[in-house]
Design a binder for this molecule. Structure first.
Ligand SMILES: O=C(O)[C@H]1NCC[C@@H]1O
Length: 377
């Protein structure tokens, strides 16, 4: 018989309560603490502590992204947290830093299966909640409403493509509402109906638009596919062929700088660009054939800019966008017209729900080459 404090259940409880000790064989590398969320099914792993070279990170999101892209230690940490066995091909993460922009509450750089992106809408929705719940953005000074709810808290987040603002509500109990909205950087149509030769699929008309990052857009039907019913494998193959072809055949340009001028991926749509109360579905394939589970915040931003440019969506008119993968829905609307260099542009508001998933402390056992991170094709 085991005495009090011994036995399997007591041992498990002791391990669970011990938040500081390192695991056997893992003493040499300090553990990395993370908080996981998801927005419309798309994961977001927020690094809390233990990033190997915090001093080299910032300040500012663009500087943090540059440091992540350039540093071997940073890339090892990215692979540790994004790849198997702690993550998977489609994992997504954020590294937070002190902001450099006056008035910003935090800076965030984004990482995925290949490197680091310049914009991530699903992450901005999640980080808005995170910032409110963990005191990174102060609550508004005005009084609560009659129902006890506060007015929205503004969370200004510096991301590599610029400054974006999330709006978060808190209930009478002080907890943040999962439904968040954000205003993005100027979004614009780069080219419409550009003819691109896509090996295996023929000559296709493709739109390219910017929503914090550039995407190619086309109806999945032009590849003989359907975003709601085709297999993910077929959608990934088709979208990847388009991405590779557009990268070779369309030279991108962004008025704010060279480091924004790259194609992040391809978004296949259901072709329903004309206004409807029904949601329009799309699937985003980005980075190294990574599949977004959400409708893609930066993709919705770019799609709204395209629909507005084509005269299909007026200012203030809300359209709903559905993920072809999970069925989750974001809203999108153009709220202001402006210019981004030579491009007519719009500010887009995107809304969606972000949820908490859990926290974890990850370690790496000495000599574990697989544990350092791998991906299956
Ligand atoms: O929502 C978004 O904008 C992002 N989700 C994964 C790919 C994009 O960065």
């Amino acid at each position: 018989m085991s005495g009090p404090g011994s036995g399997v259940r007591a041992t498990l409880a002791r391990i669970a309560a011990d938040t500081t000790g390192s695991l056997p064989g893992c003493g040499a590398t300090p553990p990395v603490s993370v908080l996981d969320m998801h927005t419309g099914g798309e994961p977001l792993r927020v690094v809390l502590a233990g990033w190997p070279d915090e001093a080299a990170l910032g300040p500012g999101a663009a500087a943090t992204r540059r440091a992540l892209l350039a540093g071997a230690r940073h890339d090892a940490a990215r692979r540790l947290l994004m790849n198997e066995p702690r993550g998977h091909r489609d994992m997504y993460g954020a590294v937070l830093a002190e902001p450099a922009e006056p008035g910003a509450h935090l800076a965030a750089a984004f990482m995925h299966n290949e490197g680091c992106s310049t914009m991530c809408g699903h992450a901005v929705l999640a980080l808005g909640r995170f910032a409110v719940d963990f005191g990174l953005a102060p609550p508004p000074p005005s009084a609560p409403t009659a129902e006890g709810a506060e007015p929205e808290t503004e969370v200004r987040i510096e991301v590599p493509c610029g400054l974006v603002t999330a709006f978060v509500r808190r209930g009478a109990d002080g907890a943040s509402d999962p439904h968040v909205r954000f205003h993005s950087v100027p979004a614009f149509a780069f080219c419409l109906d550009e003819l691109v030769a896509v090996p295996g699929y023929g000559q296709l008309a493709v739109d390219v638009a910017y929503g914090g990052t550039f995407y190619a857009f086309l109806s999945a039907s032009s590849l003989g596919l359907d975003v709601r019913s085709s297999s993910t494998k077929a959608l990934v193959e088709g979208a990847t062929a388009v991405t590779e072809a557009v990268k070779k055949q369309v030279r991108l340009f962004h008025p704010d700088g060279e480091e924004l001028a790259f194609l992040y991926g391809t978004i296949l749509t259901d072709g329903s660009d004309g206004f409807s109360e029904e949601p329009t579905a799309n699937v985003c394939v980005f980075a190294d054939a990574q599949v977004d589970r959400s409708p893609t915040g930066s993709g919705v931003t770019a799609r709204v800019a395209l629909q507005h440019r084509r005269g299909l969506l007026s200012l203030g008119q809300t359209r709903r966008f559905e993920s072809g993968t999970t069925g989750s829905v974001f809203s999108g609307k153009a709220i202001a017209e402006l210019r981004c260099g030579r491009f007519p542009a719009v500010i887009v508001e995107v809304g969606g729900a972000a949820r908490y998933v859990g926290t974890a402390r990850f370690s790496l056992e000495e000599g574990d080459w697989l544990g350092a991170g791998f991906l299956l094709r």
